[in-house]
Design a protein. Structure first.
Length: 263
């Protein structure tokens, strides 16, 4: 998709060099300048959600400050400060799994420390199932970019079949503040701690396992060679539960991973 950047934003980025972010898996386009990032995407539920969440989270968490936001011709243009530090999936952290998991556990606890009173969004299961239903209806759910056993002989027949199962097997929820898409590229680290959270299109009050499940999945895929072709046999993603000091609820982990397959 070609974008025509609005004048107010074009004036702020004029003459500045940039690189295109190719790490994330969303369909948005992100231009990374030295101290800013411009996110361009069709204006929809998630783009509005992210804008409002970033406004609400100022002073509560290390999130980018909004420099400008415009909507033109059905496109959202969000200019933000660039997140400080390195992505959690950078080589710096992947070569030190213990340090990485400790940082991610700290990031989860930091999220959960945010008071959900006044939070502009609830991302509970019912809300996400409603959004998933719309995506299924519009044929937007891929059957290819998913976990190997989601569909097929030992899985679900199609996204509609999966959606029906998710509706019938909703887990009991205990609400905390969640990111909603807690994958390594969305977490920035520096000096052994969290320096930034990005991509807030699914954030809000929800069950803690919404983030735990996607963090666990992201860790597995970053060390099993799915993304970089380098498998690390020494890594055990269950280190995450040790750092969080919890006994994992595998039913919830499976549920929230499957729910994410529809997004």
């Amino acid at each position: 998709m070609r974008y025509s950047v609005p004048t107010s934003i074009r004036d702020k980025i004029a003459g500045k060099t940039f690189e295109t972010d190719r790490v994330g898996m969303s369909d948005s386009q992100v231009l990374c300048f030295e101290d800013m990032a411009l996110k361009m995407e069709p204006c929809r539920e998630e783009s509005e959600h992210e804008y409002k969440m970033l406004e609400w989270l100022q002073g509560k968490l290390p999130v980018p400050r909004i420099l400008d936001r415009q909507v033109e011709n059905g496109v959202s243009y969000l200019l933000m400060e660039r997140a400080d530090g390195e992505m959690a999936c950078s080589e710096t952290y992947l070569k030190d799994p213990g340090r990485l998991v400790s940082c991610l556990a700290g990031a989860l606890k930091l999220l959960w420390s945010v008071d959900i009173g006044g939070c502009p969004y609830g991302s509970q299961t019912d809300f996400k199932l409603e959004l998933a239903g719309e995506r299924v209806k519009r044929g937007l759910c891929s059957m290819e970019d998913v976990e190997p056993d989601t569909y097929g002989e030992n899985g679900f027949k199609n996204p509609g079949h999966l959606l029906a199962w998710l509706r019938e097997n909703k887990p009991r929820e205990e609400k905390v503040f969640t990111h909603g898409d807690f994958c390594l590229p969305n977490i920035f680290l520096k000096n052994g701690g969290v320096s930034g959270f990005i991509d807030w299109g699914r954030g809000g009050a929800a069950d803690a396992y919404q983030d735990i499940a996607l963090c666990y999945r992201s860790l597995i895929h970053n060390f099993d060679g799915s993304f970089n072709g380098k498998k690390d046999e020494r890594f055990d993603a269950k280190l995450l539960f040790h750092e969080l000091q919890i006994e994992p609820d595998w039913n919830k982990i499976r549920y929230y991973v499957l729910l994410d397959e529809l997004f």
